[in-house]
Design a protein around this ligand. Sequence first.
Ligand code: TRP
Length: 345
Amino acid sequence: MATALNSPDPSLPPRPRVLSGIQPTADSFQVGNYLGAIRRWVELQETHDAYYCVVDQHAITVEYQPPVLHERTLSSFAQLIAAGLDPQRSTVFVQSHVPQHSQLSWVLQCITGFGEAGRMTQFKDKSQREGTDRSTVGLFTYPVLQAADILIYQADGVPVGEDQRQHLELTRDLAQRFNSRFGRTFTVPEPLILADTAKILDLSEPTAKMSKSSPTGCLFLLDPPEVITKKIKTAVTDSGRDIAWDPVEKPGVSNLLSLIAAFTASTPTAVADDLAGGGYGGLKKAAIEAVLEFTVPFSARVHELLADRTYLLQLMAIGAERARAAAQPTLALTYERVGFVTLPN
Ligand code: TRP
């Protein structure tokens, strides 16, 4: 059922468009990806014409294993659906299914300065990590492909974390440069920086942000219940026994309070009041319950989707088709603007 999605009621003005992307670089998204980004994407479906993509082409800019990427792309897509992205209301798709991204990327590469691309801090960090000899040109042009992901849909807003601000600035610069050189072609997108309201820290080191590089301190959405239980049971707490929201003096306890608050639509202080007197054992029990209440049905849904590949691929095909239809007019206009010859059809 492919219905017109932009505005459910044609008498209403069209909804502003958002686009975002996530890399399929882990077997499972972690709690931070969900609370910080994906949950916001789900909310934005209510008010925006939303495009969300699994950026598999970005994932091959560093070393990777093809069969692993393959599974992770399927699983990432299934996780987005299980987290609440509605393939009827939003356009959820895989980047490599929409060739217009790479086609536009080439044109944008030809208006990007070498020095400009070289100043991207993510490139500098990653190329340092990989070593200059092993760093690829794909890693260098990564932000230009990202710009193409956004501009090809004429997105008004891009919901991303603070770490993507520089890439968004480049995207805006390229859009403005192209428009002023070739004529108005692209919407200049606004960054919608997702404030880290529920910043969840590493369970075993509650001063660092929760990250997938710390296996004991990071909760993955697809962790089985016993793994989540164990990670929370062994989470660092603080000296004393009071349950109080005090991120400076009691970072471990406060982190568990934030975690519970984020999963129960509450606030850390309200949770602290509720659990006062229950000791750290009670706090951890509440944290385990709050997380499992989300992850158990979530994991079940992901496994169901992954077990039915035909259906999963059908959902991907619906997203791809819609995305290509939205992308093609921008590509055609771009090609015309830069002077490529259009064949009659
Ligand atoms: N670079 C982004 C990240 O690492 C992922 C991404 C690729 C993206 N293309 C995008 C995000 C387009 C927003 C819009 O998080």
